[in-house]
Design a protein around this ligand. Structure first.
Ligand code: COA
Length: 257
């Protein structure tokens, strides 16, 4: 598939998605959100892809937020629809993807940009990254899951401080608050993310998918996470990956999933 606002690449078992609107600091307009949905869906279905790395074009920004120019004259109903559709098509979609997604945060991750990074399963930030949810400075609140996912990662107190001040924090502050998993020099960002991806890619794709599902269950209001874990654990026993993983261990060889 070809896209206007993103670049997709494939190398061995990794799928790469680069958000490519550098002149607008990779801001997410509707078309970009829709293309991202399609690219994630395409990579989820592509059997060769085990892990997805998403990053931003250029050295300045991962994503500087939703495209403000696009919604500046929206009504209440349009605003609500924007948030609902965005959450369904991209942010929840990524969070619940059956393959792991690593956000390689290469610069500003603001508003929808930080929300996209938070929807990913792992975040690696370059040392120049700056992160925040500045929506209140626009008379808005975060609408792509930021009010929910930020407290999950950094705790309620720090999340409320970040959301209400609308301020940005550095990559190292993000690391100390649990917002990002790692901070690396900018020129090592992709290679470092690939190292994590390779570790993931050696493991059972079916077990990884079940693990993502079980962890996500903790954050779903109507779902008992412990029950979800029991179900997912049990279902692993019916898979070829389980047979291969346990046989390989007993035969003292590496598994081939
Ligand atoms: N939506 C639309 N356009 C955006 C954008 C966004 N979220 N963020 C940046 N841009 C555009 C700017 O309008 C500018 O376009 P122009 O050259 O056509 O005027 C271009 O990207 C470069 O941005 P600029 O503001 O000139 O860069 P800067 O280095 O001075 O500042 C930021 C960088 C990130 C601090 C600043 O762009 C910013 O505050 N962006 C908005 C962040 C935000 O509020 N995000 C949440 C949205 S809900």
């Amino acid at each position: 598939m070809s896209y206007n606002n993103i670049i997709t690449e494939y190398a061995e078992d990794i799928g790469y998605i680069t958000i490519d609107r550098p002149k607008k600091l990779n801001a997410l307009n509707k078309e970009t959100i829709s293309e991202l949905h399609d690219a994630f869906e395409e990579m989820e279905q592509e059997e060769e892809v085990r892990v997805i790395i998403v990053t931003g074009s250029g050295e300045k920004a991962f994503v500087a937020g939703a495209d403000i120019a696009e919604f500046s004259d929206f009504s209440e109903a349009e605003g609500k629809e924007l948030a609902r559709k965005g959450q369904q098509d991209l942010f929840d979609f990524v969070a619940h993807l059956s393959k792991p997604v690593i956000a390689a945060v290469n610069g500003f991750a603001l508003g929808g940009g930080l929300e996209l990074a938070m929807a990913c399963h792992v975040r690696v930030a370059s040392d120049n990254a700056k992160m925040g949810l500045p929506e209140v400075s626009l008379g808005l609140i975060p609408g792509y899951g930021g009010t929910q996912r930020l407290p999950q990662l950094v705790g309620r107190g720090k999340a409320l401080e970040m959301i209400i001040t609308g301020g940005m924090i550095s990559a190292n502050d993000g690391l100390s608050h649990g917002l990002v998993n790692h901070v690396v020099p900018q020129d090592e960002l992709v290679v470092f993310s690939e190292k994590i991806a390779s570790k993931m890619a050696k493991n059972s794709p079916l077990a990884i998918s079940a693990a993502i599902k079980a962890v996500n269950a903790n954050y779903q209001e109507s779902v008992n996470g412990f029950e979800a874990e029991i179900d997912a654990f049990g279902s692993c026993f019916g898979t070829d990956d389980f047979k291969e993983g346990t046989s390989a261990f007993l035969e003292k060889r590496k598994p081939n999933f």
